[in-house]
Design a protein around this ligand. Structure first.
Ligand code: ME8
Length: 540
């Protein structure tokens, strides 16, 4: 049995210059699936998402709309919170960088770094990518032809008095950390890019002037505000820097992000944590366990979907998918067909419908209907007795008993394999459940309970077959729950399993290893047919 862990998972905090879009929903959904998976295992999980408010583009957008930055931020922060709630994200808190909790802590951290000397006053002149709110070093700016790598707009030349973070001092320690922790940045290809760049890292400005008071002031210098990126990175710590939550930080955070913001997360952030760690009172601060940088959803033309490019799927478009296919379908598609690895994924309506029909309607949904229907028809809706292996007819096409196959598959998937799974294989996390459903389909074809049922003498055999199917589907539904929780919970109700209630009573935690053990459905239980969990989608 796997022992429970404390697990902390985060998403980037999103800029509130505009409303949420598919990219934001994607990363949050992936983190949600991972959080649900860990809760299902029984782990003590903290899942954090939220918004990044103090960006210049937020105050600019507010001005364009005759609002104060705070009003604009309030309005869009509410839009993010609403979308995430509608999509049933199970985040344990929602960061707002304009909250007192965050501002107080950031001020405290920066004051401590100023005192320790790792933050100092200096002069900065260089290239700035306004869309990304990021300073670009000269060699990189030149390589990009002095244009933003992300939106193609010209970089801006900036000169200002700033406070700097002694990043260069931490280069050897960072490189040693990468060496000792090969999984620190995933996927591997991303790690290699970052390691090469870290070797040349110079001190970085962490403050700016002229923000019109929108931001957190540098302690002791009201004219400067803490650079939005530094302010933002600290969110991962500020929201768990309480006596009750510190354990989550200590357990080692898993940060999900996209590749565009890897530099901040894989270089600047760990270096700042190293600097903080050395200060009295911060000895509990450790480095994150992993930074996982996925790729992009791109539009049909192959361009990154983004707010500034205006080619994103907005909340209305996302709503349309949910009302047409259901929330589980969106979750399932994003989590299993998204750009988790190093290649971008094209979001296509056709592929969405295809995946929905093949994996959800024709596989899980169909198999659940078939089995519950036959139990209704042949056993008056009561789960039949399991009469052991009394006949060869129970073997599948490979000559194996379904029960043995299910037990083997579950052992293979929920044993050490899944416990130590790398986040990269998130799509593989969904395949064991689907694999069991396919085993059930093959087994029904092979044993043909609908034919056997014509002979009254064969009913015990039919009963055993259907018991096996229901039991295998129950186990499949436990494994699929992080991806399609609504459908699985509906199915549990139909087969008399109170897992949803058990989780609710147990602080959201499940008992994965117990629930995937064979033989837990009780013969005689009322089995409900219900409507199709995933009605087949007819392409219009
Ligand atoms: O960068 N495909 O915020 P942001 C996949 N506030 N994911 C995408 C995406 C796409 N086309 N577009 C956006 C910021 N994302 C900072 C972060 S964290 C301390 C501060 C997702 O609103 C992806 O997770 O620009 C990406 O990293 C994030 O949204 C950027 O959101």
């Amino acid at each position: 049995m796997n022992s429970p862990e404390t697990f902390y998972v985060t998403t980037p905090i999103y800029y509130v210059n505009d409303r949420p879009h598919l990219g934001h929903v994607y990363t949050t959904m992936v983190a949600d699936v991972v959080a649900r998976y860990h809760r299902l295992k029984g782990d003590d999980v903290f899942f954090l998402t939220g918004v990044d408010e103090h960006a210049a583009k937020v105050s600019d957008k507010a001005a364009e709309n005759d609002m104060s930055p705070q009003q604009w931020a309030d309005q869009n922060a509410a839009a993010f919170a609403e979308v995430f709630e509608k999509l049933e994200m199970t985040n344990n808190d929602f960061v707002r960088t304009s909250s007192d909790q965050h501002k107080t802590k950031v001020t405290e951290y920066v004051a401590a770094l100023l005192k320790s000397g790792d933050v100092y006053e200096g002069e900065y002149e260089g290239w700035y990518d306004a869309g990304q709110e990021e300073y670009i070093p000269e060699n990189k700016a030149k390589a990009q032809d002095y244009k933003s790598e992300v939106n193609g707009k010209p970089l801006v030349r900036k000169a200002e008095k700033n406070y700097f973070f002694r990043l260069s001092k931490y280069v050897p320690a960072l490189l040693a950390h990468f060496e000792a922790n090969p999984d620190f940045v995933q996927p591997d290809a991303r790690r290699n890019e970052i390691v090469n760049r870290i070797k040349e890292a110079m001190d970085v400005p962490i403050s700016r002037t002229g923000s019109g008071g929108w931001g957190i002031p540098v302690p002791g210098d009201e004219e400067q505000t803490i650079y939005v990126w530094i302010d933002a990175l600290f969110n991962y710590l500020t929201y768990v820097d309480t006596p009750e939550r510190q354990k989550y930080w200590e357990a080692g955070a898993v940060h999900f992000i996209a590749k565009d913001i890897l530099w901040f997360h894989a270089c600047i952030w760990p270096a700042m944590l190293m600097a903080l760690q050395k200060i009295d009172g911060y000895d509990w601060v450790r480095l994150p366990q992993q930074v996982y940088a996925h790729s992009y959803w791109v539009s049909d033309s192959g361009q990154k979907m983004s707010k500034s490019l205006g080619n994103f799927l907005d909340p209305e478009a996302i709503d349309n998918y949910v009302s047409e296919f259901g929330l589980d379908a969106l979750r399932y598609f994003l989590a299993t067909r998204g750009p988790l690895g190093t290649t971008d994924s094209q979001f296509s309506a056709d592929l969405f419908a295809e995946v929905y029909n093949s994996d959800l309607a024709n596989t899980f949904g169909n198999s659940c209907s078939r089995v519950t229907n036959m139990i209704g028809k042949y056993f008056e809706g009561k789960l039949p007795e399991f009469n052991h292996r009394d006949t060869e007819a129970q073997r599948d096409g490979m000559g194996k008993f379904l029960q043995d196959e299910v037990i083997d598959a579950v052992r293979c998937y929920t044993g050490d394999d899944i416990d130590g799974y790398s986040i990269m294989s998130l799509d593989e996390l969904s395949s064991p459940g689907l694999h069991l459903v396919r085993l059930v389909d093959g087994y029904i074809e092979q044993t043909s309970p609908f034919k056997l049922a014509k002979d009254p003498e064969k009913m015990p055999e039919v009963g055993t077959i259907l018991y096996n199917c229901a039991e295998a589907l129950r186990i499949a539904s436990v494994l699929l729950w992080p991806f399609i929780p609504d459908a699985c919970e509906k199915f549990w109700e139909r087969i008399g399993c109170d897992y949803a209630q058990q989780m609710a009573d147990n602080g959201g935690c499940g008992k994965l290893s117990e629930w995937v053990a064979w033989g837990q459905l009780k013969p005689g239980t009322a089995i409900e047919k219900g409507d199709a969990l995933f009605p087949r989608y007819q392409v219009k």
